[in-house]
Structures are given as structure tokens and as C-alpha cells.
Design a protein around this ligand. Structure first.
Ligand code: NAD
Length: 369
């Protein structure tokens, strides 16, 4: 029987490399100059992976067991040109949502097999282009649902009860004693919460509203089944009804071309003058200029924002608005959750580089190519 080049070990390794996604066969090479001394010895050259920003040590340690790892320790995003250079010759990448993975980059990095975003959203990656080029794209769903839902609620309560404003007032020595009219905000309990996008995080936000005895309405491209609606105590309405009836509107849809500026002038015009908007999804879902206008003109009462159209910047006017709470995209930022996200991205990378199906593959159609 003819033996295939590379012997038994190579054959075993090749078993993992059988799907049609681009395979880096350089990972396993016989180093020819070793042959005279040890004719049967194979040297495993470890595939290279890039970690584009600072991540937890344990994530680097696990990656290091499998790959030759290059990581950006400066925690400043690479420029697009630097990112291309760093990714060339590497089959795996762990990236953050500050890294733009577009068709131009992918075209210049033909060895890339898997891009692992440390986030559930992946609007920083051109998934269609990646699929066309045979590159797997992965995200980190599930592990951040509760943490993000907690934070949406943090923003909601902080904006409704003027927490940040009162804190600044106190710290700057302005408080002269109790007053009946001081820092009166809006009640949350027994009000109507409108959840836009009843997915993993939207459900978490809805569930938490039970403790506040709220009426919860939701809208989504896909209506949930009856059992789910009962479980979460939510009622399906269309977008206009949600905007008209909600005291608090919380956004939990992904950023897609069709959800860009999902809320703009016409939508703010429908909302209650006392309504508070919470956005812990993605900045461009809200037309930020229209939001500023709505807040200035009193079309809505306030906002709690974690995300912005052009991060790390926001519309200047928001900075001086006391009825707006601003967080620097930290909704999933608990030590436990961010660690889980990083480890999940590592698991995706290990599988993807080794030619297996990553557990959190966003574009499974890539495997059918
Ligand atoms: N601020 C943060 O740090 C942070 C953290 C986690 C997630 N996020 C964002 O939150 C988003 C939601 O996360 P998830 O895990 O709940 O996602 P998910 O996929 O579980 O839920 C999204 C929901 O939105 C619905 N939807 C999609 N398009 C819609 C549209 N056009 N109109 C109405 N509904 C629509 C979907 O049907 C789904 O029910 C992510 O895409 C991410 O961008 C932000």
C-alpha cells in the first residue's frame, strides 16, 4: 500500500483539515534538513495567530499552548495598514470591535482562516467578504447577556433617577441640605418598558422588569412564540406603538445596514416627552444628531448611552446635557464576563485554525463552499 507523504502523524493531522475552508498546510511540515539525523522525525511548526489588543493573561496562556502568538500589548488599536501587516502569514486572529476587517484587508491576508471577534456584535467585520474568501468569522454570544442586561438597567435607572447629576452635585460641594424639590426624576416601577429586539439581551432586560412591576412591550423582526412571551411577561407590538407607549425604550438589535438610524427624527417625534432612551446595543442604530435635537427640543426626557455613532467620540452637545448618562461602551465590562468572552474567542480560534468548526461560527455557509 502506498504511504502518503508525512507518515501517520501527518495523516492524523490532515484528518482535521478536510473541510473546504482555506487550510494552512504549512502548519505541518517535514523539515528536510533534519532528515539525515532522524529520518522519521516530523517537526510541528506551530501556526501563528495575532491578538490585536490587550486581553487577559489566561487567554494568552491558552493560545500559547497551541500557537505561536503575537499580541498587541499597547492596547491601542493597530492602524489598518499595521493590522494588514500583522495578519499576513497568520491563519488565526483574535480581534476586538475596534478592528475593521473588510474586504481590502482580507484580500491582503490570504492565509487567514478564522477571525474571532471578542464581542457578540460583529459589525466591524465584512462577513459577506469573509465568506466569499473562505474565512470563518466567530463571535462570543451568550456569555455577556446578563452583564449587558444589568448595564442597560443601570443606564435606565441612572438616567431616570438622575444619579450621575446628583453625584456631581454632591462631590462639588453644592448640597446644602435636604429639599423636597431636589433631583426629582421619573419613577420606573409600574411604567411601560419597550424592548426593541427580544433576543438574548433583550430577554434579560425584559425579565429584570418583572421586579419593577412594569408592563413590558417589545418589537422584533421575528415575533416570539406564545410560551416565550408568557415566560418573559411581554406583549408584541409594532415599532410605532412601542415608541408611542413606552416610558423607557431600550435598544437590543444588532447593527445591520437596515438597522442604521433605526431611531431618527420621525421616531423621536412619536415618543413620549417623558420617555428615556437606553442604547446599549450599537451607536449607529440611533441617529445621534436627531437624538441631540430631540433632547434639546424636549421631544424626549433623557437618555442612557453606552455606544455612539463614531466611537470614541460622540455628538459634542451630549457632553453638556445633564439628562444624559454617558458610558464608554462598558455594558459587558465585568471581569468575569470579559474573561469568558476572551476565552470563548480563544476556543473559536483553536478550532478554526485546526480546521474544525468553531463553536460560535457566524458564517456556517463558509463550510459549504
Ligand atoms: N454595549 C455593549 O457592550 C454590548 C454588549 C453585548 C451586545 N451588544 C449589542 O447587542 C446586540 C444584541 O445582542 P444579542 O446577543 O441580544 O443578539 P440576538 O441576536 O440574540 O438578538 C437580537 C434580536 O434583534 C432582532 N432583530 C434583528 N434585526 C431587527 C430589526 N431590524 N428590527 C427589529 N428586531 C430585529 C432579532 O430578531 C433578535 O431577536 C448585539 O448585536 C450587539 O451589537 C452590545
Amino acid at each position: 500500500m502506498a504511504t502518503r507523504p508525512g507518515g501517520a502523524h501527518a495523516a492524523k493531522a490532515r484528518k482535521h483539515l478536510t473541510h473546504p475552508v482555506r487550510v494552512n498546510r504549512l502548519a505541518l511540515v517535514r523539515v528536510l534538513f533534519c532528515a539525515p539525523m532522524s529520518p522519521h522525525k516530523e517537526v510541528l511548526v506551530r501556526p501563528k495567530v495575532l491578538v490585536s489588543r490587550k486581553v487577559f493573561d489566561e487567554a494568552l496562556a491558552l493560545l500559547g499552548k497551541h500557537f505561536e502568538v503575537e499580541s498587541n500589548q499597547r492596547d491601542v488599536p493597530f492602524t489598518p495598514v499595521q493590522l494588514v501587516k500583522k495578519l499576513q502569514g497568520k491563519p488565526g486572529a483574535i480581534v476586538l470591535l475596534t478592528d475593521i476587517i473588510d474586504d481590502r484587508l482580507l484580500a491582503q491576508c490570504p492565509e487567514l482562516k478564522v477571525v474571532c471577534n471578542v464581542a457578540v456584535g460583529y459589525n466591524n467585520i465584512d462577513v459577506k467578504a469573509a465568506t466569499r474568501r473562505g474565512v470563518m468569522v466567530c463571535n462570543t454570544p451568550g456569555v455577556l447577556d446578563d452583564t449587558t442586561a444589568d448595564f442597560a438597567w443601570t443606564l435606565l435607572l441612572a438616567a431616570a433617577r438622575r444619579v450621575v447629576e446628583s453625584d456631581t452635585f454632591f462631590r462639588t460641594g453644592k448640597w446644602q441640605g435636604w429639599g423636597l424639590m431636589q433631583f426629582t426624576g421619573y419613577d420606573v416601577h409600574h411604567k411601560t418598558l419597550g424592548v426593541i429586539g427580544l433576543g438574548r439581551i433583550g430577554k434579560g432586560v425584559a425579565r429584570r422588569a418583572k421586579g419593577f412591576d412594569m408592563r413590558v412591550i417589545y418589537t422584533d423582526v421575528q415575533r416570539a412564540d406564545e410560551a416565550t412571551e408568557r415566560e418573559y411577561g411581554v406583549m408584541y407590538v409594532d415599532k410605532r406603538t412601542l415608541l408611542r407607549e413606552s416610558d423607557f425604550v431600550s435598544l437590543h438589535i444588532p447593527l445591520f445596514p437596515e438597522t442604521r438610524h433605526y431611531l431618527s427624527d420621525p421616531e423621536f417625534a412619536l415618543m413620549k416627552k417623558t420617555a428615556i432612551l437606553v442604547n446599549a446595543a450599537r451607536g449607529p442604530i440611533v441617529d445621534e444628531k436627531a437624538l441631540v435635537k430631540a433632547l434639546k427640543e424636549g421631544k424626549i426626557a433623557g437618555a442612557g448611552l453606552d455606544v455612539y455613532e463614531k466611537e470614541p467620540k460622540c455628538e459634542r452637545a451630549l457632553i453638556s446635557m445633564k439628562n444624559v448618562v454617558l458610558a464608554p461602551h462598558t455594558a459587558s465590562a465585568s471581569i468575569e464576563t470579559r474573561t469568558k468572552m476572551a476565552m470563548m474567542a480563544v476556543q473559536n480560534c483553536i478550532a478554526g485554525v485546526n480546521g474544525q468548526r468553531p463553536p460560535n461560527l457566524v458564517n456556517p455557509e463558509v463550510l459549504a463552499r
